[in-house]
Ligand binder design. Structure first.
Ligand SMILES: *[C@@H]1O[C@H](CO)[C@@H](O)[C@H](O)[C@H]1NC(C)=O
Ligand SMILES: *[C@@H]1O[C@H](CO)[C@@H](O)[C@H](O)[C@H]1NC(C)=O
Ligand SMILES: [Zn+2]
Length: 991
């Protein structure tokens, strides 16, 4: 297979000029193309739009083509065909488009003539792209790395095809199930001037409508100041038209019947109804401009039906102005509406917290999706890990195979959609997302192999580099390619810019000696693989043991370890491994001490360096009973894919008795705690580790009793947390949460548990003066602190009823004919508050960019292997600061790279590392060449930063959002300064 052949067509239509020349028309897009209404009228911006889910009830392919219309009638290709024709018929008409995953497919199928026609519409501001990500990403469970990537992917396509007129100017997040401050900050750094969305908590909505605060200035970061502020508007009715004004083929509303000769003539009635709707909507908004979203899910397949009625509506409503009507209506776009608000020259209230969680009815709170489909959530995060590693390998080996990475980038862009990683899609669609990621990884593996052909070969050696295998089931101790082999290699790439110490676990059928890259024999533990792992359905490995050994992988580089089966199987067993059953036990290394009683309770964790102890009154697996109702009224709301609604606020222990097995080896000490046949946890401390690893295995969750169950891991301590806990947003900045409280309105509690759940994409903590317990996750989970001193994380759920938001299926995943078994990890850090960030910030970066191992079967002796192949390599010849992370390292063409570097500490978190940091970007390129040109770009990578001009907004405290970037004088220097939480994006051109 030669995947590269398939993928070179993908951006084949790329035009080298960034500014597509308009045909016969003035370049009049963006704010220049806006109708700003009339100062003394109520100006109604009519915004025709379609909301095209990149998969939900149907797969993205089915939606594009209009397949399986029996599930849902929806066909994106015809929407775009139809809208373009309708726009050509009347130059006043406007349309916005959002999801580039769809638009890109359509574009590749158009003739050059049609493409030019569309370019003209874009250049005249008649067709406008908003947001412009590959999908409309979820905001709760997504990771910032992938949000940036998916926006970058769409932005790159739009820039290449449409130039400046195709550059989106605002975020359009009308459907996601809550809104993240981190996303607002990222959008501000993409150069967006505003953000509109449709879903907020119903209590929040009512209050804002009453006080005319539907629009505000959101301070997106507590670290980055004005540059992170984003004007934010809540649109009414989520994103649908006012009642009785839906003219789509999906709707039954009356058309405008404007022949006065006919009995059904309805113009006066329709005009009056519209003016009433406009005035009603205007009560919640602060200016004499309002926006009406004329469209909904997959609408405009017959665009003519919409536009013909809207043309008439506009004509007849405005005709009443001569009779004194104050309503002025016209075709517009969200961008023009935003610009009109900006021109109103008023001040705006501000917001500093976020929009989580969102309740749609008093008992329907969108917190179930924080955990729904935990395996897909992990697979998505893992796929990103591979994507970033592959980009680095592609760049450092200079093989310019970016096109072969595209399938994984694309699959990741699709996976960010608010019905993808969120877990709110139908089962067959979830399967499709996973398959796309899997195929993307296959293609990435081709790139990984091509890269290692160069990186592993020593100069003057022409022997082929053996094929590298990714062992994607390593998490369940399975790696079939090496099973039973007499020798194999493991090459591990470290994608971070600091060297990393790791314990590696390799599933094996027999004993091996391990040679380090420098030829020493490495001491390893030979430990049995636990029964709960062996029992996971689909685990087909015959390996009964795993080898554990310590490694140190160089920064941005690799090490290769060589494994050779021990010739003499009678070699002495290592006698140091000790196992106890159902006895009290103590796991201990130089930094940590964990005490368990003989009934499997974790009694305490001690940080021996800091001399602090955390007693646990309880720790382990519990379950909530899912509420089962018919959804006919809020009180009958079921728990399901979107909503988490427990029957009672008190979770039950998964089991009252447990079995505990403690194992003491050199590299690891661990306690396996088995609750029953479907739930266990293994608590480990590795040699030298400062964090405790808790692996949980849950499933098949039993439902034979007819009861849905939502499983949590709970940690009950004596920390005096005073109703307060801390949760991250998209893996980055952390927000303070208070139980039963919302910072921006007077909160009435209807659901005491679900209303306190927040998305935990990477970490949650509680603290008192001496101790902070931070728990990091390996994927997004829902979590909370329901009692002082307690943290809980929901790891898996299985419900038996649909929750009535459209998906039409219960959240009931199965595999191998049984309820799905899921495993994952929590990482516990116990530190004083002042030293916590130093560790958890760094650990979190290493979790989403983990070392990536590939196995190979070289069929040569170690002596020969070390002669022929390079066994260690680093891209760095100098070290880089601890508080800098390399987020993106992507080769665009042989001499051009897109690089993102970030400061990953917040202000005032760490005495040393919460300060600004400076380093020379050249260090990243020392192996590749000298930097000839450096251009700082917006976060999306589609505009030089010095060309970014954002609209200025004033707060009601007279603060101005005006922000001037420090003048980048880059041609003279490659030294970069980053302040806390800053991400900088560069286009780097080498000599
Ligand atoms: C805002 O509140 C007013 C008064 O209660 C109501 O008439 C109007 O429909 C509300 N607006 C929206 C968009 O919900
Ligand atoms: C905007 O408002 C400020 C203060 O409210 C006023 O000083 C200024 O002249 C106004 N600008 C315009 C263009 O109306
Ligand atoms: Zn949607």
């Amino acid at each position: 297979m030669h995947p590269v052949i398939y993928y070179t067509i993908i951006f084949a239509a790329v035009i080298s000029t960034c500014h597509g020349t308009p045909i016969n028309s003035p370049n009049n897009c963006g704010y220049d193309a806006c109708n700003l209404g009339q100062p003394d009228k109520l100006n109604v911006h009519i915004v025709p739009h379609t909301h095209d889910d990149v998969g939900w009830l149907k797969t993205v392919d089915q939606y594009y083509y209009g397949a399986r219309n029996d599930i849902q009638h929806a066909a994106v290709q015809f929407i775009l065909d139809s809208v373009i024709q309708a726009l050509l018929e009347n130059p006043d008409r406007r349309f916005i488009y959002v999801e580039i995953a769809f638009f890109w497919r359509w574009w590749l199928q158009q003739t050059e003539e049609m493409q030019n026609t569309v370019r003209q519409l874009v250049n005249q501001g008649r067709l406008e792209f908003v947001s412009g990500g590959w999908s409309m990403n979820d905001e709760g469970v997504t990771h910032y790395n992938s949000i940036i990537d998916q926006h970058g992917l769409g932005a790159e396509f739009l820039r290449d095809q449409f130039g400046e007129c195709g550059r989106p100017k605002l975020g359009w997040q009308i459907d996601p199930f809550g809104h993240s401050r981190q996303v607002a900050s990222l959008f501000a750094h993409m150069g967006f001037d505003g953000l509109f969305f449709g879903r907020v908590d119903l209590q929040d909505y009512a209050e804002r409508n009453k006080t005319k605060q539907m629009e505000m200035l959101w301070k997106g970061s507590s670290n980055l100041g004005e540059e992170s502020w984003l004007f934010t508007g809540i649109i009414p009715r989520t994103y649908t038209p006012p009642e009785s004004f839906c003219f789509d083929v999906f709707c039954d509303d009356e058309p405008i019947k404007d022949d006065p000769q006919l009995h059904d003539y309805n113009v006066p009635e329709r005009v009056q109804a519209f003016m009433n709707a406009a005035h009603d909507q205007a009560t919640g908004y602060a200016t004499n401009h309002i926006m009406m979203t004329m469209g909904s899910d997959f609408q405009y397949e017959n665009a003519n039906q919409w536009y013909k009625n809207l043309d008439k509506l506009i004509r007849y409503v405005n005709a009443q102005q001569v009779n004194g009507s104050d309503v002025n209506i016209f075709y517009s776009t969200p961008t023009c509406y935003l610009y009109a608000l900006n021109k109103v020259n008023r001040t705006w209230t501000t917001k500093t917290d976020d929009f989580f969680p969102v309740s749609l009815n008093p008992h329907g709170i969108l917190t179930g999706y924080f955990t729904s489909r935990p395996a897909l959530k992990r697979y998505e995060r893992y796929s990103n890990n591979i994507l970033q590693v592959t980009r680095q390998l592609n760049a450092f080996s200079n093989i310019t195979l970016r096109n072969a990475i595209f399938p994984l980038s694309e699959a990741m862009g699709i996976a960010q959609h608010h019905d993808a990683v969120s877990g709110t899609e139908k089962q067959h669609v979830a399967n499709d997302y996973a398959q796309r990621l899997s195929q993307g990884i296959d293609s990435a593996l081709y790139v990984i192999n091509e890269a290692y052909k160069k990186l592993l070969s020593k100069e003057n050696q022409s022997l082929p580099v053996p094929t590298q295998y990714l062992c994607q089931f390593s998490n369940i101790s399975e790696c079939l390619p090496i099973e039973g082999q007499d020798s194999f290699t493991l090459t591990i790439w470290n994608p971070t810019i600091q060297s990393i110490e790791n314990i590696i676990r390799v599933p094996v059928t027999k004993k091996y000696t391990i040679q380090s890259p420098t030829g020493e024999t490495i001491a390893a533990d030979f430990v049995s693989i636990s029964l709960p792992i062996k029992n996971i359905p689909g685990q087909t490995s015959s390996a009964q043991y795993e080898l554990l050994f310590g490694t140190q992988i160089p920064a941005l580089g690799f090490n290769t370890y060589y494994f050779e089966a021990k010739a003499d199987a009678t070699i002495e067993e290592k006698s140091t491994i000790r196992v106890t059953q159902n006895e009290a036990c103590v796991l201990q290394n130089e930094h940590l001490r964990l005490e368990f009683d003989d009934r499997g309770n974790l009694n305490s964790i001690t940080n021996r360096d800091k001399n602090i102890t955390l007693p646990f009154s309880a720790q382990g697996l519990y379950w909530y009973t899912s509420f089962q109702g018919n959804n006919s009224l809020p009180e009958f709301q079921s728990s399901g894919a979107y909503f988490f609604r427990p029957l009672t606020p008190n979770p039950l222990p998964v089991s009252n008795s447990r079995n505990i097995t403690c194992t003491y080896a050199d590299q690891v000490q661990k306690a396996l705690i088995i609750y029953n046949e479907w739930a266990c946890q293994e608590i480990r401390i590795y040699d030298g580790a400062r964090i405790t690893e808790i692996e949980w295995i849950v499933g098949p969750i039993p439902i034979e009793d007819g009861i849905g169950k939502e499983i949590i891991v709970r940690y009950d301590t004596d920390i005096q947390s005073d109703g307060t806990f801390y949760t991250d947003a998209n893996g980055r900045e952390v927000l303070e949460r208070k139980r039963d409280y919302r910072p921006s309105w007077n909160y009435t509690v209807y659901e005491s548990v679900s209303g306190n759940y927040y998305p935990i994409p990477s970490r949650i903590w509680i603290k008192d003066n001496q101790r902070q317990l931070t728990i990091l996750t390996d994927r997004s989970e829902g979590g909370s602190s329901m009692h002082d001193g307690s943290i809980e994380l929901m790891v898996h759920r299985r419900t038996l009823y649909d929750d009535s938001l459209g998906v039409g299926e219960p959240m009931n995943e199965t595999a191998y004919g049984k309820g799905l078994v899921v495993c994952g990890k929590h990482f516990l850090l116990l530190e004083p508050p002042e030293s916590s960030a130093f560790y958890h910030r760094n650990i979190a970066q290493h979790l989403f960019m983990s070392p990536m191992g590939t196995y190979a079967l070289p069929n040569v002796s170690y002596a020969n292997y070390s002669k022929i192949y390079r066994q260690t390599w680093s891209a760095l010849t100098e070290s880089l600061p601890y508080n800098v992370h390399l987020l993106t390292f992507d080769q665009s063409s042989s001499k051009v790279f897109l690089v993102r570097v970030e400061h990953y500490f917040e202000l005032n978190e760490d005495e040393t590392f919460s300060n600004a940091v400076q380093f020379d970007l050249q260090i990243l390129f020392n192996r590749l060449g000298r930097i000839a040109e450096l251009v700082e770009l917006t976060l999306g990578g589609n505009l030089p930063l010095n060309e970014m001009k954002r609209l200025v907004w004033i707060t009601n405290h007279n603060e101005s959002s005006h922000w001037k970037s420090t003048d980048p004088n880059f041609l003279t220097s490659t030294v970069v300064t980053l302040s806390p939480m800053e991400i900088k994006t560069f286009q780097v051109t080498l000599q």
